[in-house]
Design a protein around this ligand. Structure first.
Ligand code: GLA
Length: 714
């Protein structure tokens, strides 16, 4: 049972979660909130014993507060490590001195939210720290609300992070994080923290391919895939962000994160409030696998817009098949072929609008191209529906090509500075969503599109990052707010579209995985992890993705060979087995698939539909990392334990070694499990000890094994 307890005598708050405890307390003078405990679950009385840490000895050149373990550090006094908050008041005062004012606890359904309000001693400025926990989880959502209650002018926010996570004093920590670039997203990296800071960030206006806002920390690099303590944190923000992991000169490690302060300034007018995005923390004593399962469960139950048990449909996307050359005829042909395979959503990608024949023109002109679709989209949509599929459409609403009617009419609608170039990325510029006229136009355009056509799926793309993020008309009136407002407007538009068109599911894409984070994932059903659809490369991308995000939202397409990125050719079966590890899609040119390939595909899709609930929503065990050798494997256990799916992918065979035995995880020792094809039945204990035997022959061989529990659950 989770609960938040306040102990008035020690002025401490204890957050009791499923298997962990978190404890914070006020300093005796009410001017600082101290971190006391975060780790395995302990009794509240034990947590309170931490309320009186041994008095720290005086350190020359430091103050006691400056080197204490604060939950949120307003810049001021003698604080020299990464601050959480820095502001400037109208009279030029640039430090904060705050004092605790009030706290409260809100209970709603399965969640409890603790809030603690601090007020500046001299200025009408308050900071409220929020902590939310959920029944059955070991997750803490932390965020902050800043408020200017008025009377002494605007307050300029220069840095405002969402939370600062203090790690237990355990010596050396290892940091695990996800990095990459276009076509190579979510690669796992690890480093031992030395003294100083590691800064992971995006200054790009969006989440970024380069770093994903997710980290894990384990003391002494002791954690393995299935054992050891790991503390993890992830940001719910799709704009420029920053996570600072710092080891202080006194050996303490903390991890502060939120909106990036680079080029940032936000003017909080009198009476205004600013709510910062959540920086979510999670503790697990079951290694990296435990951390991932903790994140997946939290996402499914508390973050994703769909119900925890919902399953994503099998999707077809036209991009790799027809690129910009879409038309009624070729899309209908692809739709017929897709339906025959068992596809459930048909998505027409880029190229259907304006003068969009190449990437040089048309973005911004969201009217149906009359040459490609002389009768509009309705005949195609009707055909797709008649074939029993849902219809989806690609859009990139935040962007404009200079060669477009929109740009010709509104050259001032894009981010730009006077006397400076407008640097193009993929021949396009970014619309200034902070402008009310632009926001209204984007919303109305999409609302009309979704109202006039029976569209059930939107792939929302974003194919460049920000440059020259200026807004000349607002010079002197805080144009730097665009860093925040762009993302808030984006969220607002998607939220409003979802309310008005509840039948539409959304996919977030940014040239692949450039916008994958807990913020966007609370308002889209799925994401596109990478434009790289090469099955072997995908194993590495999908592995890193799975550290932070649930398989259900990970869209994976089977595409044609040789792959357009790697020029590699691998068997269709291997491509299917890799793509079936998430939400399955097809992205190949079906008009060129042979009858035999189509027959094979039909079989894989039918199999996938039988087991997808377990893959998308089950417990994931990464049995073998694709980074560790020539065989990789993942196992999924249904939440009720009734079935198990294992994928084994071998990429190159050496020395004639064909046999692999994979000890399985998460099974009931005494239960029996039968292979749904061969019928071979063994106990959970056998599979855990002896392992699941698999024979892989040659290069790029793969298997999917489906085990069904035959003895009743305990
Ligand atoms: C991006 C996406 C692709 C495709 C193209 C269309 O690159 O990641 O999947 O939609 O845009 O231009």
């Amino acid at each position: 049972m989770g609960d938040i307890i306040y102990d008035a005598s020690s002025r401490c708050w204890i957050l009791q979660m499923e298997a962990s405890t978190y404890c914070i307390g006020l300093s005796s003078d009410d001017t600082s909130l101290q971190h006391l405990y975060w780790g395995p679950r302990i009794a509240s009385a034990e947590a309170l014993e931490m309320a009186h840490p041994p008095g720290s000895s005086l350190v020359p050149f430091e103050s006691a507060t400056g080197i204490s373990r604060e939950e949120y550090a307003p810049w001021g006094e003698m604080r020299f490590s990464e601050p959480s908050l820095k502001v400037e008041y109208t009279d030029g005062t640039r430090v904060i001195e705050w004092v605790f004012e009030e706290h409260g606890l809100d209970r709603a359904g399965e969640s409890q939210t603790l809030w603690l309000r601090f007020r500046d001693r001299a200025y009408p400025f308050t900071v409220t720290l929020y902590y939310r926990i959920y029944e059955g989880h070991d997750v803490i959502e932390r965020w902050v609300r800043l408020e200017n209650s008025g009377g002494s002018g605007p307050v300029t926010i220069e840095q405002a992070l969402s939370a600062d996570w203090q790690l237990p004093s355990s010596g050396r920590y290892r940091l695990t994080y996800l990095h990459g670039r276009w076509g190579k997203e979510t690669q796992v990296a690890q480093t031992i923290l030395g003294p100083g800071k590691v800064v992971l960030e995006s200054r790009r206006g969006a989440t970024s391919h380069q770093f994903n806002p997710w980290v894990a920390l384990d003391p002494e690099a002791r954690a393995t895939e299935e054992s050891g303590e790991v503390w993890s944190a992830a940001l719910a923000w799709s704009g420029s962000w920053k996570i600072v992991v710092e080891r202080t000169p006194y050996g303490e490690v903390h991890c502060a994160g939120g909106v990036n302060d680079f080029d940032f300034r936000y003017r909080l007018d009198e009476g205004a409030r600013l709510e910062l995005p959540a920086f979510v923390g999670l503790y697990s004593s079951e290694g990296f696998g435990g951390v991932s399962r903790g994140w997946h469960a939290y996402e499914r139950e508390q973050v994703f817009p769909e119900a925890p048990e919902a399953v994503r449909p099998v999707l077809y996307n036209s991009w790799e098949a027809t690129e910009f050359a879409v038309n009624e005829r070729n899309q209908m042909e692809l739709a017929e072929k897709a339906a025959e395979l068992g596809v459930e959503v048909f998505v027409m990608d880029d190229g259907w609008f304006g003068m969009r024949h190449t990437e040089y023109a048309g973005l911004g002109d969201w009217t149906i191209n009359p040459e490609k679709f002389p009768h509009g989209l309705n005949p195609l949509i009707a055909r797709v529906h008649a074939l029993g599929m849902r219809f989806g459409l690609w859009v990139e609403p935040e962007m404009v090509n200079p060669d477009s009617n929109l740009y010709r009419a509104h050259p001032d609608w894009v981010y730009h500075f006077r006397h400076r170039s407008r640097t193009e990325g993929r021949n396009q510029l970014v619309l200034n969503l902070a402008r009310e006229d632009v926001r209204a136009w984007v919303y109305a355009t999409l609302d009309t599109l979704l109202s006039e056509q029976q569209i059930e799926f939107v792939k929302w793309d974003m194919n460049r990052y920000f440059s020259e993020p200026g807004w000349p008309d607002e010079a002197g009136r805080n144009p730097e707010r665009v860093w925040l407002e762009h993302v808030r407007t984006l969220y607002g538009i998607i939220d409003e579209l979802r309310r008005r068109h509840p039948q539409v599911a959304f996919e977030s894409c940014a040239g692949g995985g450039g916008r994958v984070d807990l913020g966007i994932l609370s308002r889209v059903e799925q994401v596109w992890p990478s434009d790289n659809t090469d099955a072997l490369d995908r194993l590495r991308i999908q592995e890193g993705f799975s550290y932070a995000y649930a398989p259900r939202v990970m869209m994976c397409w089977v595409t044609d060979c040789p792959n357009f990125v790697t020029k590699r050719t691998v068997p269709l079966r291997y491509r299917f087995h890799v793509a079936m590890a998430g939400a399955l899609g097809i992205g190949g040119d079906l008009s060129r698939w042979t009858p035999q390939e189509r027959e094979e595909a039909r079989g894989f899709i039918a199999t996938y539909k039988r087991v997808r609930a377990t893959i998308q929503n089950g417990l994931l065990y990464r049995l073998r990392s694709p980074r560790a050798g020539s065989v990789a494997a993942s196992q999924y256990v249904a939440r009720d334990g009734s079935e198990v799916v294992v994928f084994v992918w071998g990429h190159s065979q050496q020395f004639g070694e064909t046999r692999v035995a994979l000890p399985l995880r998460g099974l009931e020792e005494e239960a029996h499990y039968a292979d749904s094809i061969s019928g071979a039945t063994y106990s959970g204990a056998y599979f855990a000890q002896k392992g699941l035997p698999v024979n892989l022959v040659g290069d790029f061989d793969s298997r999917m094994i489906h085990l069904v529990r035959t003895t009743p659950a305990r």
